[in-house]
Design a protein around this ligand. Structure first.
Ligand SMILES: Nc1ncnc2c1ncn2[C@@H]1O[C@H](COP(=O)(O)OP(=O)(O)OP(=O)(O)O)[C@@H](O)[C@H]1O
Ligand SMILES: [Mg+2]
Length: 318
């Protein structure tokens, strides 16, 4: 008997950790408009996933289906290993909606209190205060949210998404109203969540922001997944772009030893191999100088996520 319990426990222990989000074949149609058409993806624990795509691509509809706020026509959702509709899963998820308004007569502190009571989670008052401080509202905690600016309202929304110690946070355009400082704060906040193994889905049109914090990206276009991968997979290999003259055959050979070489006039580009170590760049420069090459510029480069996104949406080949 004990042996079979041990075996069962071992079996459970050997199961892979459940993903923060798993969804498969999500579909939603509004009258004649297909908003989402066969979307599947996974978000691992502690992973930050960027959800990108043009206006109307279906990002918010996907998020609402994950959270059970919109009923899918087809498809399945697991949140933190439980069916999406299970309230025990929902209680561990923080959500900042795209459009929201809190009761304008409540203070920021009261909004958080109301939210934790509705979520049936006890969060000490001090921790709630810290949460408001984290989004930069320490000084305004006692003011009514009806008197808040747009960006301040968005900060309250962030505090609401974070206050109940979520294991998964879904943010639908969290920084659209924030000033540059506020955006930088959100970036730090996301990195802190990642450190604590909290999974995040970030929907944002600010691609630079996504590129800085996300591990993986799902690009939606017309309701379908147009691309899905880690930043390294989507952006490909890195390059070294140089402007050189006096390139002798020996120097050309040295350049080609560093990676795939192309050149046009005085512009030389070396596509670096995946295992390239940046520490080798100064060696290459020193060797080229030693071979008598005149080096005008050396610039490490990689295609940006924005260029890649536009390429995918315009239907260019990778
Ligand atoms: N409640 C609704 N009723 C009818 N159509 C809807 C509804 N919600 C969304 N849609 C339609 O579904 C499509 C996807 O909308 P969705 O809000 O998911 O896009 P999005 O990718 O979040 O866009 P944005 O970047 O503008 O926020 C759009 O064509 C939209 O008009
Ligand atoms: Mg949206």
């Amino acid at each position: 008997m004990t042996a079979s319990i041990d075996a069962a426990q071992q079996l459970v222990a050997d199961l892979p950790a459940t993903a923060a989000v798993w969804c498969s074949g999500l579909r939603k149609r509004y009258r004649r408009q297909t908003a989402v058409d066969g979307v599947s993806f996974t978000v691992g624990r502690g992973e930050v996933l960027g959800l990108l795509g043009p206006n109307g691509a279906g990002k918010t509809t996907v998020i609402k289906m994950l959270l059970g706020l919109v009923r899918p026509d087809a498809g399945e959702v697991l949140l933190l290993g439980r069916p999406g509709a299970d309230p025990r899963a929902r209680a561990r998820v923080g959500y900042l909606p795209e459009l929201f308004r809190y009761q304008p007569w409540l203070t920021a502190t009261e909004v958080l209190m109301l939210h934790t009571r509705l979520a049936r989670i006890t969060v000490p008052a001090e921790e709630q205060r810290q949460c408001l401080a984290m989004v930069g509202l320490a000084d305004r905690a006692g003011d009514r949210v009806g008197s808040f600016s747009k960006g301040m309202q968005q900060r309250v929304g962030l505090a609401v998404a974070l206050v109940a110690r979520p294991e998964l946070v879904i943010l639908d355009e969290p920084t659209s109203a924030l000033d540059p400082l506020g955006r930088a704060d959100v970036r730090d906040l996301l990195l802190e969540l990642k450190e604590r193994q909290v999974a995040v889905i970030l929907n944002s049109h600010l691609i630079g922001e996504v590129e800085r914090v996300c591990d993986r990206v799902v690009i939606l276009d017309k309701g379908r997944v147009a691309a899905d991968g880690t930043l390294a997979e989507l952006l490909g290999q890195r390059e070294l772009r140089m402007r050189l003259d006096g390139v002798t055959p020996e120097a050309r050979e040295r350049l080609a030893a560093a990676g795939r070489l192309t050149n046009q006039g005085d512009a030389y580009t070396v596509t670096l191999p995946p295992d390239h170590d940046d520490a080798h760049v100064p060696d290459l420069v020193a060797d080229l100088a030693g071979l008598g090459v005149r080096i005008h510029s050396v610039e490490p480069g990689r295609i940006s996520l924005e260029e890649r996104l536009l390429g995918i949406l315009r239907g260019d080949q990778a």
